[in-house]
Write a protein that binds this ligand. Structure first.
Ligand code: UD1
Length: 362
């Protein structure tokens, strides 16, 4: 069986790595995987470094599409993918998550009559203004096989009338976290960054709803800068955020800025942080796995289970001057975290094995 795996953006490399690693098991020797990289992320620290660090097989094809407005970017991916899948003739197309690369591959596979499998199916923010929400809804609708990370995602699909070929397998991000933490030297990473255990806040911002709204971005940066007066705040900058900051001329005060981090460094730093403030979907869960309080800089989250135990709390950026919600929520999470280890709701750490067994037996 030949699987064409289509990836393009940073979180997808991490997810695809779990399947590629599990495929080395002789039990799956009948599956031949070819990775197609759309080129949505292309900077070395957003792409190449992940392939090296996570030992992901080199892509069989790199479409080198790069950046662009959503329509142009997705359209260019579709045109290139159509030719590529014609050549490759896979038995199945495998996609991850909710990026424009996911959507492009789903549309091309469906139109070519190729079976489509979606990993991280059923997630919903219920906000159509979010580009990722449109990508998820369309991809799920077109997919033949839906691999869900959580009960909530299975329920979302059921509410939409979809019950067939829906599999609760757990979250491949949990597989990835366990693998990375099994070989990372956390002390060495903390020393390299000059940080003390539980003595700093990690932060990331990259969602269009935050970076492309000057008021929201200003509110987030001002809050992080205020925290940085008391406690080091490390903010690795996604290129979109770097560009927005350059354009806005906002002062970042004492916030420690750095380039995007590799996965190992990021997990080591996250696991020892006093708290994480983020708008990333993946990092919300990684904080949960690491039992680190998370403050989500969004109006809602798809990972609602993380809110139940109190380890994740929402701090919606209002964009209003003088709104201290973000700062106060971060300080509150550090001073008063729930204490008890949260329940394991993302599977047993072998979601990749379950997905491959199901695919093998199709
Ligand atoms: C995309 C995904 C988002 C995911 C995120 C992970 C969509 C709609 N969004 O958002 O769901 O959480 O990836 O990072 O697909 N850029 C570079 N170098 C790169 C990549 C991007 O400079 O290697 C710059 C480009 O100028 C681009 C901007 O970053 O305009 C945004 O990149 P894009 O791929 O459009 O979306 P992300 O914000 O990364």
């Amino acid at each position: 069986m030949r699987i064409a795996t289509v990836v393009g953006a940073r979180p997808q490399f991490l997810k695809a790595a779990t399947i590629a690693r599990r495929l080395r098991d002789p039990a799956f020797s009948g599956i031949d995987e070819v990775i197609i990289h759309t080129g949505q992320h292309y900077d070395d620290n957003m792409s190449g470094s992940f392939f090296r660090e996570l030992d992901i097989p080199s892509p069989g094809f790199n479409l080198r599409i790069g950046s662009g407005r959503a329509g142009a970017q997705t359209g260019a991916m579709m045109a290139a993918l159509e030719t590529c899948l014609d050549d490759l003739k896979p038995d199945l197309v495998l996609v991850y998550g909710d990026t424009n690369s996911t959507l492009a591959a789903a549309l091309v596979a469906a139109k070519a009559g190729l079976p489509l499998a979606h990993v991280e199916a059923g997630l919903r923010s219920f906000r159509r203004a979010m580009p990722e929400e449109i990508n998820r809804v369309v991809t799920d609708r077109l997919s033949d096989h839906l691999f869900c990370p959580t009960k909530a995602s299975v329920n979302n699909l059921a509410t939409e009338g979809r019950r067939e070929n829906v599999h609760l397998v757990g979250d491949v991000m949990f597989d990835a976290y366990r693998h990375t933490m099994s070989h990372i030297d956390t002390v060495q990473v903390l020393n390299k960054f000059g940080l003390a255990p539980r003595g700093y806040v990690m932060a990331t911002v990259h969602r269009a709803e935050n970076t492309d709204d000057p008021g929201r971005l200003a509110g987030i940066i001002r809050s992080l800068a205020e925290i940085a007066e008391e406690l080091p705040v490390l903010l690795p900058l996604h290129p979109r955020t770097q560009a927005a900051l350059d354009h806005s001329g906002l002062s970042t005060g004492a916030i420690r800025l750095c380039d995007p981090l590799g996965h190992g460094n990021m997990m080591a730093l996250l696991s020892q942080a006093a708290a994480l403030a983020t708008d990333s979907g993946g990092l919300q869960k990684e904080a949960y796995f690491a039992v680190v309080p998370c403050i989500t800089l969004r109006d809602e989250t798809e990972w609602i289970e993380t809110l139940d135990s109190g380890w994740n709390r929402l701090a919606p950026p209002s964009g209003k001057k003088g709104d201290n919600t973000i700062r106060d929520t971060i300080l509150g999470a550090i001073r008063q975290h729930p204490g008890e280890t949260p329940p394991e709701v993302y599977g047993d750490g072998d979601a990749a094995g379950k997905i491959l067994r199901l695919l093998r037996d199709i």
